[in-house]
Design a protein around this ligand. Structure first.
Ligand SMILES: Nc1ncnc2c1ncn2[C@@H]1O[C@H](COP(=O)(O)OP(=O)(O)OP(=O)(O)O)[C@@H](O)[C@H]1O
Length: 253
């Protein structure tokens, strides 16, 4: 694990915590921008292999929390412990247009046949075996996001950070991508933090859902349902109604 404590540098010294099943441990995390307090003493544990989903109204600090776990924001206070092997998938795929798909997936990895083979395997896992030599500009939005997932996968992350990765996709593609991510995470078992606005997505994928409001979690709740989850299951609808209520939206069943 890497410890992030208040400091001016982006990346902090490494501290490992052997013998724990926690991938993420956050205590009393505070972050402000000017006079605006965004995170006001957040506590968060994510276990290894746990799929944690963060909901919350716009502008409440979800991305700030994710970026802090990514090591891109320094906390003003508190303690953040995360594994060194972590990677982020964003709303947009962020592919390098001048590189072919395989080269995008293996970017930053050691050169060589083993890396190329790992990249090709990751592309096959996301259903892009036939796009290894394609250029990013020739991919659909869903395919480009699959390539971004393959780029994450090839790094074998202990912590996978997903910042609204399906938000820009059409509704049907979004459902396919949710299934794909559920499959990949069940197979590779990273700890996951997914930021989303989509309550259905949260209830479909999460082991645990938290709602971030006014700098803290107003709800932090385990979803005790088997996968795959039928969106018409009354228990799924109950969770959905509760989370929508927490977000200030009424739902009709
Ligand atoms: N670099 C920054 N400088 C100043 N203010 C910032 C910065 N980054 C975020 N903020 C502010 O912090 C607050 C939280 O932003 P953040 O992006 O974390 O919220 P969010 O919950 O992810 O929002 P959304 O759901 O709309 O994506 C917002 O008011 C935002 O304007």
């Amino acid at each position: 694990m890497t410890a992030h404590r208040p400091a001016t540098r982006q990346e902090q010294p490494v501290a490992t915590r052997p013998g724990t099943d926690l991938a993420v441990r956050v205590r009393g995390l505070r972050k402000s921008y000017g006079a605006a307090t965004v995170l006001d003493g957040v506590d968060l544990d994510i276990r290894r292999g746990e799929f944690f989903v963060l909901l919350g109204p716009s502008g409440t600090g979800k991305t700030t929390l994710l970026r802090t776990l990514a090591g891109l924001e320094a906390p003003d206070g508190g303690e953040v412990l995360v594994p060194a092997r972590r990677t982020t998938v964003y709303q947009e795929p962020r592919l390098v247009q001048a590189r072919r798909v395989l080269s995008n997936v293996t970017i930053g990895q050691p050169r060589g046949a083993a890396t190329r083979a790992a990249g090709a395997r990751a592309l096959a896992e996301v259903g892009l075996a036939d796009k290894v030599r394609a250029w990013p500009a020739t991919l659909s939005g869903g395919e480009a996001q699959r390539a971004a997932l393959a780029r994450a996968l090839v790094r074998d992350p202990e912590l996978l950070l997903l910042d609204e990765p399906f938000a820009a996709l059409d509704a049907l593609t979004r459902l396919h991508m949710q299934d794909l991510v559920a499959d990949l995470c069940a197979r590779h078992r990273p700890a996951v933090l997914l930021v989303t606005h989509d309550v259905d997505e949260a209830v479909r994928l999460a082991d645990r859902v938290a709602v971030l409001r006014r700098g803290r979690f107003s709800v932090d709740r385990r979803i005790v349902l088997d996968h795959p989850r039928d969106r018409n299951n009354p228990a799924v609808l109950d969770y959905r109604r509760d989370f929508l209520g927490e977000l200030g939206v009424s739902s009709t069943r």
